[in-house]
Design a protein around this ligand. Sequence first.
Ligand code: ATP
Ligand code: MG
Length: 578
Amino acid sequence: MNWTRYFIPTTKEVPADAFVPSHQLMLRAGLIRQVGSGAYTYLPLGYRTLRKIEQIVRDEMNAAGAIELHMPAMHPIEWWEQTGRVAAMGDVLLRLQGRGEDWRSRTVLGPTHEEVITELARAYLVSYKQLPINLYQIQTKFRGEARPKSGVLRTREFLMKDAYSFHERVEGPGGLNETYQRMYDAYRAIFGRCGLPYVPVEAESGAIGGSVSHEFMVPTDAGEDILVRAADGSYAANLERAEVAPLPDAGDGRHEPLREVHTPGHGTIEEISRFLGCTPQKLIKTIIYEANGEPLVALVRGDHEVNEAKLARAAGVRGVTQASPELIRQVTGAEVGFAGPVGLQARIIADRVVTTMHDAVTGANKTDYHVTGVNPGRDFALTEVADIRLAMEGDRAPNGQPLRFEKCIEVGHVFKLGTKYSDAMSATYLDAQGQAHPLIMGCYGIGLNRIMAAAIEARHNDKGICWPVAIAPFHVVICALDVRDESVLATARRLHDELEAAGVEVLLDDRDARPGFKFNDADLIGFPLRINVGKRSLGDGVVELAVRKSGEVRKLPPAETVSAVTGLLKTLLEQERT
Ligand code: ATP
Ligand code: MG
């Protein structure tokens, strides 16, 4: 392929609204162009990489026994109503604007496909003999993301590989656990082949207890998620899920008597600790939630934050929401800011750390008053105690290892769904005895565009992208350094054809431009290898072969170039696999 016949609109400008490296580099290298907020055109080079990622994903899914199909982006809203997700998804679920009740008003654009696949399963997967089965597609998703940002890391239209498995049972042969493990391993193979430095982590599944989910994270500052992992790699979770080791007893108590203090207008942790001259660690933060229509009170130390996912799990409910001021007044008999566990008539779940506190300070359930000398167990019952707080810097993993916090990008998610969707949509199969049971399901998603951007985040330098060979748009660029010189152009063309014949993807930069200009573009786009064919070096009987990642340059006769290139590509491909 000749550069002048191709379409590579590189640019020097860094767009003002592009902050993260992958966004800047993809625009500058001519890989993408923004069409609207959260929507991008993939230009030819960018599309080549996206297609390579797609092929890796497809290969590994097929190898893991998944079967490809293709579902539409337009779904009947009825199915989403059956699973209650019209409400649950809110503005993320994009709907067509119709006139009155016409078909448009009854149509949504799929942000994911559990409903459509469950309907398919309901229609066709009727017997245990058809199970297990794992169906997948690579298809465009639509999501009304409130803030599309960071280029293609978060968009409103993106390519996802989504797989859905159906089972009779969770454990044992053919069970959900078996396929889940296969998908987990397939994901490792996919990210490994794409050269991504990924970390699988335990993730929050959001549903009631037991359910398992893992996310695959790529640590990078451009990420919006937080990865919490032990320094020695023995523990990794996302922040929502991360468990912490218990803290030792604060050991600072004289078991003072309870005392009510007047704290007019001081309702926040900062205000009250300043007013009483104590640290936030001496305060018990009392937060009132609502769960299943009942008040639920969470207690954490003043400098800690409640982890609502952990709280919901400890309470055995689907989710919790912060109580309204009315409910808070009703439960505490006081204005917001003066709640405390002493004498409170409600279900209370205390964080484990609260049990280590002595002579603490809490609200008095009386407007403008707090109580001091609060001793958990003595002044209020510790009926329910659990780990319900967010991990923070300085915490240790459950195994005692110190935890580190890093920003990261979620590139994939595997999930044990259980019967959530088959129950909601009555998707059942008949067992050997002719008894009907809901299908047990798993689902497995990967964002293809995100893999591309995450790979750039993980592999770039100040000059541009450093593509891993496996997903580079072309393996090699040949820079013909003086295109007006017959012998230069002839050698460059011959090398191009020989490389192509050897199965190497090669682009010939035949532009009539200065060497420095061509090198900058080549480094910006990030071709793994560059061959320089120049008049002077040809005079010495050699061409130059430069490795993008290491910066290493070799001189070698043109006749040895093809075997050197194929050898190097093979070595790089092996080295880059993570
Ligand atoms: P996030 O928490 O980042 O919004 P999610 O949990 O909603 O992601 P899933 O529903 O699990 O994502 O989707 C599966 C995969 O699809 C994600 O792991 C990610 O790689 C990709 N993905 C999700 N949302 C987007 C988006 N708006 N733009 C690009 N890729 C996305
Ligand atoms: Mg997710």
